[in-house]
Design a protein around this ligand. Sequence first.
Ligand code: FUB
Ligand code: ZN
Length: 677
Amino acid sequence: MEGKVISTTVGLDRVQVTDGFWKKEIALVRDTVIPYQWEALNDRVADAQPSYCMHNFKAAGSINQRLEHEEGYVQPVFTTNGFCVWPEQQKVQDEKFYGFVFQDSDFAKWIEAVGYILQQYPDAALEAVADGAIDIVCSAQQPDGYLDTFYIINDISRRFTNLRDHHELYCLGHLIEGAVAYYRATGKKKLLNAACRYADCVAAHIGPEEGKLHGYPGHEIAEMALAKLYEVTGEEKYRDLGLYFINERGKKPYYFDSEHPENADKEEDGQKLRYHYHQAHLPVREQTEAVGHAVRAVYLYSGMADFAGLIADEALKDTCGRLWDDIVQRKLYITGGIGATHLGEAFSFAYDLPNDTAYAETCASIGMIFFAQRMLKLCPDSKYADIMERELYNIVLGGMGLDGTSFFYVNPLEVVPEACHNDSRKEHVKPVRQKWFGCACCPPNLARLISSIGSYVFTETDDTIFVHLYMGTHMEKQLKSGTARIDIQSGFPWNGNVTIQVACDVQETFTLALRIPDWCRQYQLTGIDSAASSSCQQEEKGGYLYITKVWHSDTLQIEFPMDIQVIEADSRVRETIGKVAVQRGPLVYCLEEADNGKDLHLLKIDEDAVFETHRMQIATESVVAVKAQGWRQQAASKNQLYFAHERARYERATLTWIPYYAWANRGEGEMQVWTRC
Ligand code: FUB
Ligand code: ZN
């Protein structure tokens, strides 16, 4: 496939979310999550793990101020390879850095979410808080643009000495993403300038030129962020830096070995995991399998897809396609979760998808959405949007409690609370959502994704509007001679009724390309009579229905029936053999103890059962629940652990499923997605 961009994103400046379901989610982010996270970033949430994020910025800012005003202040010295060396007496000991090395990124994700919210809902009070936060962050910036509080506070002479582990480039990436969103919302450039200055500082130290470090990020994200910074500023230096990171990765001798000479003389085989973890085992265009830390991987692949489009690189695009298929065909949970093992928060081997020890980090699914959106721009194939939808309605929605103040980092498919409490192999699996995390990457990531959800609905070319997600939205498209206004109403995720109204002030031909979801066997389109008009063409291609015509004032209805689907997995997935999962439309369902009693493992689906739906209230949410007759295996207990096999006895039981995203909103209890049949 040719590497060029086929369609482009339609941003929040042109899309308004009007959807009842999603407006409620966005309002939750605006009214609850953002204020709550601001409190968390300032360590003011009682009984929650402290963040120290804003503390660290303040500490770094105060060090700066003190150094500037101290008598006899001496400028730092820069060594020939660009390291900044502070004279010993200038070090300040009393302001300390706390938390993870990448704590700065929590602010960046928060301000990104604030930017998306302000773009849709101007709010002077929120903007004032954000401006104040930006002042604090910028006060930490060094004269040469460096902006990472871990080294500013601890020892700036050691900056850029451990790109593998120390997240300076990860923090740069997030800072850029946050700054761009805030700039787009408010037009204010203070944070954008700070991000540019930090990127310039990085480029002054890392790059192809002699005397610079030939390194790349240990945790990817700077790649896609720099592509965005290039798009916003038009400055080629940012494109070049992002591309450099991509091209340099995986080259031998391994850059990370030069930083960690203790590894360099070790056998490469013995070190395999070390390079795989960072996706640095091979030059990216030679990679065929998704390996290592799952968030890192999909952030890298998203950046690769960006650059495949930016520089029309076919090999890069093909690699992205291969890596995508590897994930989706072999390493993806039915919920959309990726990264099966908590060891390294990583992909496991193909088809290894355990339910009760699953890692499936929320951030990794968010990364899959970034990857999907970029693949859609390169290649409008519904297989990408299908996964985007799966991630969104299951892991993303489930990552946050219905209250907006509790979160999942790990998203298991089977939970027995006793095991979480007593089995250290399952310690990472929490049976209830947490208020905050010491490593709090997921909650602000959810906030930035949900608040920007409108920008994932469409992509476009000059003459085609692709509808990837069915969500109530209003968008306008500039045609050659006028404007088309598109209004979508949708019953998703509860029913598949979609109405699309098109109003054009000119007579011009263009195409609406409507995704046909993978879970829909047959859809029904009304309102367009192509037989009656030779100028209306309909064609199904790549999972989209293309409708090309001169649009005036048209209303079309599509019904995507949301039949209940009983799903089984490839038999190579050992953990789900003999089990099935229930799905309806984009929602994966699960059984919870609250509806089905304890010992969910004893329940069995009756293969001939008739599934029915009904409305159920879960906390603040009215959901469509699913019910069917099944069986409960009678307890076989003979006061012996083992005994001669007897045919199992069952009693009738009614099984009730709720949407996976709504689990764990009624206290602690068992949950399972896969049930015996
Ligand atoms: O390293 C930064 C973030 O913390 C990663 O993306 C998450 O997996 C967590 O380890
Ligand atoms: Zn995370």
